[in-house]
Design a protein around this ligand. Sequence first.
Ligand code: 4UV
Length: 541
Amino acid sequence: DTAEVAALSATSVVALDPVEIPSLSVYDLLFADLADADLDRVALIDGASGDETSYRQLVAQIDALAGSLASRGLAVGDRVGILCPNIPAFATVFHGVLRAGGTATTINSLYTPGEIANQLTSAEAGWLFTVSPLYPQAKEAADAAGIPAERLVVIDGVEGHPSLRDLLFDRAIPPTVRFDPATHLAVLPYSSGTTGHPKGVMLTHRNLVANVLQCERAIGLGRDDRVLAVLPFFHIYGMSVLLDFALLKRAALVTMPRFDLTEFLRTVSEHRCTWVFIAPPIAVALAKHPLVDDYDLSSVKVVFSGAAPLDRTLASAVAERLGCEVCQGYGMTETSPVTHVIPVGEPGVDRSSIGRAVPGTECRLIDVETGAELALPGEGTSAPGELLVRGPQVMPGYLHDDEATSRTLDPEGWLHTGDIATVDADGVFTIVDRLKELIKYKGYQVAPAVLEAVLLAHPEIADAAVVGVPDDDGQEVPKAYVVRTADADLDEETVIAWVQDRVAPHEKVRLVEFIDVIPKSASGKILRKDLRGRVGRHAAA
Ligand code: 4UV
């Protein structure tokens, strides 16, 4: 219907200048034409030991691992779990799996054995890579998922399992694999999306290739940069922006297996990092912690924050204290992830905004109540509406979950983000609220549905709802509203301990409030806004 199309294009924001997306695998885009001049440049630095891996070594290891996996029976399309903190070997494993035609399902290294097993089973993984410190939970989960000992690879070695070294020493020739980059799944990270439990997000080689090229046009990072890699590679932000994009740019990645402020400051200053990708809680530490003054952070040009909202005052405090530029990016697992970025060197763009859509990304805002398309402002700022995005980085759907897919992706290919945004006349977007139930704790996903199921399993809990509330630093934390059974004498500490024993550390309920009844709509949906609204009233009181 031409009239409808015309109406749409009159109001949707199209980032002009679309990117040409070549029909390549991730490996071919990143490594096939590595220039001689780059071979001996440093690709990875282990932040703790200082050990370096050159691009030559990295590609040789990726090729050898791909050959070994193929010779040990990995076929195109087989799924491989990766449960590993940020160490240089992660890059070898990740790209080796993709090179062999496998699909990597990256797992949060904080997960409990049950959560790991759920993801392995859901993703139908036949292999698992891990490291010895995570071996106990990896082994328990691999057993539950039916992964045999010879396919549980312990990178640094554990008796009874192959190590990465064993695989590399097969000295196998990398296989010639054929697949269509437009449809072949490169990765299956997990996200709870707008509602419910974590689901496998299907991302093709084309999705990842597109997003790397979109980043290239929007994030001005180059081959002389030293990039801090503290954001986890298992999460889409670290995976695409660090493991894919920064390596395409031939920058050096300085890996850190976990965040610790002293270690972070030491690593940045010792390795003279120039780009530091973070989530907002790290910005709080950089702005406020006295330790920051003890380190020379003068190498830092850009602090780039994403995964949760960054406050304007916080952003300028970090910029001032470090003497650097603070930028922000936005996106979702479902969008590979980058859809919006504040470009470096545009001081006029508000730092609490998410900047502009990356090339080739179309955006619309729709009224939350009516679904009607919001008009773009001729000047000033639009009304708030749900952000919809469309582009080559958008997933084809959730694994084995057509219902969740159709709830999120409409027939025209628009992905409903579940985030509320405004846009100004210059095309700069600002996230103002979240419509979906997802909670972000330190940038990590926390699915209320998971915690509510754990709470409801307690014999003295009649009903429960979990929402995100701001802590003293303005960062989101999970809070449980609990309805006790008639004769219960449950206290807050018991509720916190009950949940803590059953979930990963970042999923812990940190606040508990007892309540008479959970507010619900006529159809039985928890009215999370009303619960979040209560917080506002209490805080004001
Ligand atoms: O699925 P996910 O866990 O994905 C992410 C992605 C983070 C990114 C993406 C592109 C970047 O350039 C970057 O710097 C970081 O976290 O969670 C997706 C949800 O997280 C919230 C929002 O609710 C998404 O739907 N979120 C992510 N980034 C921001 C954000 C942000 N900058 N401001 C506000 N909320």
